[in-house]
Design a protein around this ligand. Structure first.
Ligand code: UDP
Length: 406
């Protein structure tokens, strides 16, 4: 059975037929995705499923990863933070390191595909080093609602060379940018190890294997240790919840090779959680468990509530993943999270700074399994309608048809 066929049961005949039709003229076309890490974070998660699916429908799709030394990723993480609103000292050294790393990468990379998709800021300047013979798309996954002005100006010189910019939310659109901007929502793969159905026995086995006891309800945040995911704020929320309902907090985070701040944020979180970790109330989960996809799947299914207390969030695949499993989510009303949830319907939205509000919603769900159940059912349907990988594939096919045949 082809890879695409396997989704028929989940998404229905119409969706599969539509994809096959849209793919017809694109067969044999070569598409290249470029990003900066093969694991950790939402972009790698998407490409892991999307690239093989493109190949399955006979588009010739490649995925390459920009190479860089640690100081390159230190700079690009600062760019990431500044695009999400931080200030930055945009020195000549940073600019040069950024551009030179891309130039070096271009010297051993050939690009002769029919369309190039560059993900996020790390490989953005690559376009400068190639003769542009095909459409180039810049796909930005970051929360661009309030980027730092200086950085945006610097990056704009590269962005305007692209044929199209793709963002996740209409609030990230930039007035005055001379490039066509389109909104495409990320999506999850319902058949991946992380999202497929698994038995209760497997869930229990994996949670025990990685040291998560099952004697109390679990409330969980699964996210890179990143300041924008506010793991310390989650601890404050937990302390409030714990005064009303006995439960355990799991903070699970993996490291992405393009995010050098992970260790520092983990250590800060660990310091803040220390006494509660000692008592067994909080469990901090890192590698290898956090990169074990059956474990993540199990944690998302077994948790009574999934928290996503981000202060900025491009989209938030962790939210999609939890909703798809019917686990209620209490998330911040920022970035891509409200695209996925309607407050009180398929989850709860709370202002990101409002620890008390988070705690109240979590307590409500812990005390009211019927409500949690009802929300969970709606959550599954909300993901089925809009955020499965077949939808993302279909959107890309529209873009390719538009860019390659207009
Ligand atoms: N993830 C994981 N283990 C962790 C933390 C995160 O596998 O310990 C995965 C998570 O399941 C999701 C992705 O990393 O698939 C994170 O994507 P998201 O869009 O939520 O955030 P990003 O890291 O891209 O900002």
């Amino acid at each position: 059975m082809s890879r695409l066929e396997k989704y028929r049961e989940i998404v229905g005949d119409k969706v599969i037929k539509e994809i096959q039709e849209k793919a017809r003229d694109l067969r044999g076309k070569h598409i290249l995705h470029i990003n900066s890490t093969y694991s950790g974070g939402g972009v790698a998660e998407i490409l892991d499923s999307l690239v093989p699916l493109m190949n399955d429908i006979k588009i010739v799709a490649d995925w390459r990863i920009v190479h860089g030394k640690p100081d390159f990723f230190t700079v690009t993480k600062k760019f990431h933070n500044a695009l999400q609103g931080d200030s930055i000292n945009l020195s000549e050294r940073k600019k040069q390191l950024y551009i030179q790393t891309n130039e070096i990468f271009s010297s051993y990379t050939n690009i002769n595909q029919d369309c190039v998709i560059v993900h996020d800021p790390q490989p953005l300047p690559l376009i400068k080093f190639f003769e542009k013979k095909q459409p180039w798309i810049w796909r930005c996954h970051i929360d661009l609602s309030k980027p730092n002005g200086d950085l945006w100006k610097f990056l704009s010189d590269f962005i305007i060379q692209y044929n199209m910019v793709i963002i996740s939310n209409k609030n990230y659109k930039k007035n005055g940018l001379s490039v066509e901007q389109r909104i495409v929502n990320p999506a999850i793969d319902p058949l991946s190890t992380k999202n497929k159905e698994i038995s209760d026995a497997t869930i229990s086995k994996y949670l025990r294997k990685f040291g998560v006891p099952l004697d109390k309800p679990l409330i969980t945040q699964i996210s890179r240790f990143d300041k924008w995911k506010d793991p310390e704020g989650v601890i404050d929320v937990y302390k409030k919840v714990k005064t009303k309902v006995d439960c355990r907090l799991i903070l699970c985070g993996n490291m992405a090779s393009d995010d050098p701040e992970g260790l520092e944020i983990f250590q800060k979180t660990e310091r803040k959680a220390r006494s509660l970790v000692k008592k067994g109330d909080i469990i901090l989960v890192r590698e290898p468990a956090s990169s074990n996809y059956i474990f993540i799947n199990s944690l998302q299914r077994k948790s009574s509530v999934i928290i996503q207390k981000s202060t900025k969030e491009g989209f938030g695949l962790t939210v999609t993943e939890a909703l798809w499993k019917g686990t209620p989510v209490v998330g911040s009303n920022v970035g891509g999270i409200p695209l996925q949830m309607t407050d009180g319907e398929n989850g709860f939205l709370v202002d990101s700074w409002d620890a008390k509000g988070f705690a109240e919603r979590i307590i409500e769900l812990l005390k009211n399994p019927d409500l949690a159940n009802k929300m969970g059912k709606k959550a599954i349907e909300s993901v089925r309608k809009k955020f499965l990988i077949t939808r993302l594939l279909s959107n890309y096919l529209d873009l390719f048809n538009h860019l390659l045949f207009r």
